[in-house]
Design a protein around this ligand. Structure first.
Ligand SMILES: Cc1cc2nc3c(=O)[nH]c(=O)nc-3n(C[C@H](O)[C@H](O)[C@H](O)COP(=O)(O)OP(=O)(O)OC[C@H]3O[C@@H](n4cnc5c(N)ncnc54)[C@H](O)[C@@H]3O)c2cc1C
Length: 437
């Protein structure tokens, strides 16, 4: 078996791994940084399967900081650096009942930090595609809240994930980060910091470190490791007895198309945005959302399922046979679980077809739905994107880099300062996110 060496090995070339590699190398140009990825290229895991929406409409301070600063950086990439990532500020609209909006105390404070508008019912009535008068029996059977208010985040929208990923990848390559694709890490090898060369090491009382990783193409030694394997993190950490604090949760995405859907996607309401594209929209009940894909006039429909009152059913799993590349969405899931809700709320869904679908996995932090970044031995683990890792990835990479160099706090792109242990385990200080669906 061949043996290779690097100063820092990053496992996983999704967006969080790419952002970490970029910020680590940027801050430490002399370090030899090597990224190991099991797929043929970067962002083929859940990054490539995301719906790539972004919003800074979060209730907790930390989620706001992570997303707001990352969005500002992505804007800078597109506007100042001229790397097109097809960022469109179409807005993020949560449709909900008046009762629900009244429980969202966070909105008052948030509206001082970013641009949020409340769209009242008379305005919503102008959106011909919305069904504001639900059938009574249908809404009782399906458990539907009425559409009475739209909470519209304006510093929010969609981007092209391949383009954003290619920005980080190209910058990494320019800075001298090395990439090794098609190399799957099979295990992390732990050894004593000061070996006694005694059989059975490391013992309970010895200080330990990860000495190397074993991949299907050889062993790689490094001083420090950064583990950004998203939904697969448990597979590497469980055998070491290190808790990854996340669980993989399957998510299916359905592309819906047709003439009526195309018109809906491209409908233009100047009070919503000036992009002539319908906002990224979350329906009032059951976490169903619609993400417009203007290039082919479709809506991608999926469920977020990060709230506790839903989603009993899809199991937490990631067994080795349940590989993402072979997992296909279930048509029954769409027909039975999602289609009736779409038809009830949205008039264009009386006539549409499912023209494509794919499956991904959230790396779900089931407790507070906020990412984890924590050190363990000589590794830093960054995972738990919980369905919102793209919109926070730049900030997460900066925090990883700060932990590596022993900083207590780092500056995010928008100039705000954030403590590097805030997303950790022992000093975690994130609160519970109320703006989730
Ligand atoms: C359906 C869906 C919709 C989403 N929508 C959004 C959205 O609209 N907005 C948003 O912000 N976020 C969204 N997300 C979440 C977002 O995709 C993730 O939070 C983010 O992409 C996580 O990035 P990551 O780098 O942690 O993980 P990944 O992109 O999954 O990267 C992990 C990488 O590690 C590699 N890897 C794993 N194990 C090994 C190993 N043993 N050896 C070598 N390589 C390995 C994988 O191949 C993969 O490339 C969505 C997710 C899904 C599934």
């Amino acid at each position: 078996m061949s043996t290779e060496k690097a100063d820092i090995v990053i496992i996983g070339a999704g967006l969080i791994g790419l952002s970490s590699a970029y910020h680590v190398k940027n801050q430490n140009p002399d370090l030899d940084v090597l990224v190991i990825e099991k797929e043929k290229t970067y962002s083929q895991g859940n990054t490539g399967r995301s719906t790539a929406g972004f919003r800074d409409m979060f209730s907790t301070r930390v989620n706001f900081m992570l997303s707001h600063s990352s969005i500002e950086f992505y804007r800078h990439v597109q506007k100042d650096l001229g790397h097109n990532i097809d960022m469109k500020y179409i807005g993020y609209m949560f449709l909900m009942s008046r009762k629900k909006v009244e429980t969202l105390e966070a909105l008052d404070n948030l509206s001082k930090l970013t641009r949020i508008d409340i769209i009242e019912q008379d305005r919503l009535a102008e959106i011909s595609q919305l069904n504001l008068k639900l059938d009574e029996t249908e809404s009782r059977v399906l458990g539907l809240d009425p559409i009475e208010v739209g909470v519209l985040g304006r510093n929010c929208g969609i981007l092209e994930i391949e383009l954003l990923s290619s920005f980080y990848y190209e910058q990494c390559v320019k800075l001298g980060v090395r990439f090794k694709f098609q190399s799957e890490v099979k295990s992390l090898e732990v050894s004593p910091q000061e070996p006694l060369e005694y059989p059975g090491e490391p013992f309970l009382w010895q200080k330990k470190r990860i000495r190397s990783i074993i991949t299907d193409v050889g062993e790689i030694k490094a001083d420090r490791f950064i583990i950004t394997t998203g939904a697969w993190t448990k597979q590497l950490l469980d055998p070491l007895g290190i808790d990854s604090h996340m669980r993989p949760k399957r998510r299916d995405v359905f592309q819906t198309s047709g003439e009526d859907i195309r018109n809906f996607v491209h409908s233009s309401y100047e009070f919503l945005n000036d992009e002539s594209v319908f906002p990224f929209t979350v329906l009032p009940s059951h976490g169903i959302y619609l993400r417009p894909y203007p290039k082919n006039g479709s809506f991608w429909v999926s469920t977020s399922g990060t709230t506790s009152d839903q989603e009993v059913g899809p199991h937490f799993s990631y067994d080795p046979n349940d590989r993402i590349e072979y997992t296909v969405p279930s048509g029954i899931l769409f027909e039975n679980h999602i289609a009736p809700i779409l038809k009830a709320y949205l008039k264009p869904y009386s006539n549409f077809k499912v023209s494509g679908s794919w499956t991904g996995y959230y790396s779900l932090n089931t407790q507070d739905k906020t990412p984890y970044i924590f050190p363990a031995l000589n590794a830093i683990i960054a995972t738990g994107g919980s369905g919102a890792g793209v919109m926070k990835a730049d900030a997460l990479g900066r925090i990883v880099s700060g932990i590596l160099t022993g900083e207590e706090a780092v500056s995010l792109y928008d100039g705000s300062r954030i403590e590097t242990d805030i997303l950790g385990v022992s000093n975690r200080n994130v609160g519970i996110e109320s703006l989730r669906f």
